[in-house]
Write a protein that binds this ligand. Structure first.
Ligand code: SAM
Length: 307
């Protein structure tokens, strides 16, 4: 099987297997060797690494990774690609393909079983329809992962890097920056894929922090607070939080907390830094968390009595 990563090589494989792209799986295969090299280089993949690749497609990036890494575990949802992958990766004994939805994979367990619990490097040309859920899963599952190098839509890459005041700044920026240091490392034009996506693409590297840059008493509450603050972007923070379901914070409590922090009452969520969200979370958290637990318990009881 020849090395993939060119238009001719990719078309040959697609024809041989009569493969039809599935739009629902966000399938855009890379056909530019320079960009493929650039991704592997940015991820700093070496023999000591076990790489977790999400969505290998026909195995193009996988081949490049397998040549440098100690081992590669590639998780692909589309069953039609599995026989193709056994062909295109037949010369790479260090690759394991798993036919599964990445959102259902227990990554911590995978690392215990395949990498003696050591951290993975995640490298992927992500399916764009589930970029955010995948990134959040990689972080929130607390699985051992020290570096994530991924191709995403340029707009989403920018959102991850932005700080307060920009229109791209939001819940994703804060979550990514809580867990990691983001750097856009390459831009990739639509012509580098088959089929060409309708949007521009960029490669972003997320270097995971050993400790988050801010300390909070209740991480889950911090993220509920952040989500609520950006759910209604046009509202002031006080109005947004006062209306937020599942947060159990009143407008008066939000106003008091802002005043304690010396933040103007009419502030919007997009003006607050991660540090300010962390302080706000600590001020509102205990009360909000207690009421939230009470609410959950009440609705559980209600569901039980209805069933
Ligand atoms: N890595 C290949 C490349 O660069 O040419 C293909 C990348 S393509 C943008 C995204 C891949 O992710 C497709 O192969 C698609 O089938 C797969 N995929 C989509 N949703 C997935 C999911 N939930 N879990 C695992 N793989 C998924």
């Amino acid at each position: 099987m020849p090395k993939l990563g060119t238009a001719a090589g990719t078309l040959e494989v697609l024809r041989k297997y009569d493969f039809h792209f599935q739009k629902k799986y966000g399938q855009n295969f890379l056909i530019d060797p320079n960009k493929l090299e650039a991704i592997v280089e940015a991820a700093g993949v070496g023999e000591e690494d076990c790489v977790l690749e999400i969505g290998p497609g026909i195995g193009t990036l996988t081949q490049y990774l397998a040549e440098r890494a100690g081992s590669v575990i590639a998780v692909e949802i589309d069953q039609a690609l599995i026989p193709i992958l056994s062909d295109t990766l037949s010369e790479y004994p260090n690759v394991t393909v798993i036919n599964e939805d990445i959102l259902k994979v227990d990554i911590a367990r995978l690392s215990r079983e395949k990498n003696a619990g050591r951290p993975f490097k995640v490298v992927a040309n992500l399916p764009y329809y589930i970029t955010t859920p995948i990134i959040m899963k990689l972080f929130e599952s607390h699985a051992p992962i020290d570096l994530i190098t991924i191709m995403v839509q340029t707009e989403v890459a920018k959102r991850m890097q932005e700080g307060p005041g920009s229109k791209e700044y939001g819940a994703l920026s804060l979550a990514v920056q809580y867990y990691s240091r983001p750097e856009i490392v390459a831009h990739v034009p639509a012509g580098c894929f088959i089929p060409a996506p309708k949007v521009g693409s960029s490669v972003i590297r997320l270097t995971r922090y050993e400790e988050p840059p801010v300390k909070v008493q209740d991480e889950a509450f911090l993220f509920r607070l952040i989500r609520a603050s950006f759910n209604q972007r046009r509202k002031t923070l006080i109005n947004g939080l006062g209306n937020a379901e599942g947060l159990a914070v009143t407008k008066a409590e939000a106003a008091e907390a802002l005043s304690t922090l010396g933040i103007p009452e009419n502030v919007r969520g997009e003006a607050l830094s991660l540090e300010q969200f962390a302080r706000l979370s600590d001020l509102l958290g205990k009360k909000g968390a207690a009421q939230y637990t009470q609410q959950c318990a009440q609705s559980d009881r209600q569901e039980e009595s209805e069933s």
